[in-house]
Design a protein around this ligand. Structure first.
Ligand SMILES: C[S@@+](CC[C@H](N)C(=O)[O-])C[C@H]1O[C@@H](n2cnc3c(N)ncnc32)[C@H](O)[C@@H]1O
Length: 219
């Protein structure tokens, strides 16, 4: 299956800034939330790394980082971020679906990545990511969170998520789809959820929110 349709070259210069503005900083918070749980002995793949502030934070902690992205402009920004701090990481320009490393990774991080694809393709991509991590290893995802608390919660979440999905789709950055159902996708891929943390956009209001999902590859 071909997955190379959504390069972010066109928004590489402003993607992080737009994401911070739109989410009041919660997107960055969700991406950074698990970095402290990575240990310096781990080999970690960042799939669809983008400008990769999270991957740079991991490299700063001594983690062996490999980062892959379709967009040379995103990767260029990532590499310059590393250089500024004299950090090292492997940066690969290409499609993660064509990545066949000699050794499996201890952890695969795929933030705001599965939501590029319509649901069946997201499920196929998740299986690919699962096969890149060793049995017992972790998969870490930050993404939009589903509404929590009934019909009003679902409407608020939909009103927040849907327009940005339309705009991103209109520019070719993603497919039209609902917020991915991570528990379902993760179960279908043969992994198990370990933790889910929520990051509400407005403190005190449960919705809309972002989430960080940590899963474990079972077999
Ligand atoms: C929505 S952005 C998220 C970037 C980053 N993970 C973040 O959270 O800031 C998705 C990224 O995935 C990259 N991408 C899309 N399809 C890809 C693929 N098949 N393989 C590797 N990277 C891909 C895009 O170029 C883009 O940089």
């Amino acid at each position: 299956m071909e997955f190379g349709a959504h390069s972010y070259d066109g928004v590489a210069y402003c993607y992080d800034e737009l994401a911070s503005l739109y989410s009041l900083g919660r997107i960055e918070m969700s991406k950074q939330s698990q970095i402290g749980s990575l240990s310096p002995t781990e080999r970690v793949l960042f799939a669809g790394v983008g400008r990769g502030r999270d991957a740079i934070a991991a490299a700063r902690c001594g983690v062996a980082v490999t980062a892959i992205d379709l967009s040379p402009i995103m990767l260029g920004r990532f590499s310059r971020g590393l250089e500024r701090e004299a950090l090292r990481a492997e940066a690969i320009e290409g499609d993660v679906a064509s990545h066949h490393p000699e050794l499996l990774y201890d952890t695969v991080v795929a933030h705001y990545f599965l939501n590029l694809f319509e649901i069946d393709r997201a499920a196929a991509m998740l299986s690919i990511l699962c096969r890149l991590v060793r049995p017992g290893g972790r998969l870490i995802f930050a993404d939009f969170a589903p509404g929590e608390g009934g019909t009003a919660a679902r409407w608020i979440t939909e009103a927040y998520f849907r327009p940005v999905n339309w705009v991103a789709w209109a520019f070719g950055f993603c497919a039209l789809h609902p917020i991915p159902d991570y528990p379902d996708l993760i179960e279908r891929a043969g992994a198990r959820i370990r933790t889910v943390s929520r990051f509400p956009v407005i403190p005190g209001l449960a919705n809309p929110a972002y989430q960080s999902v940590v899963a474990e590859r079972i077999g």
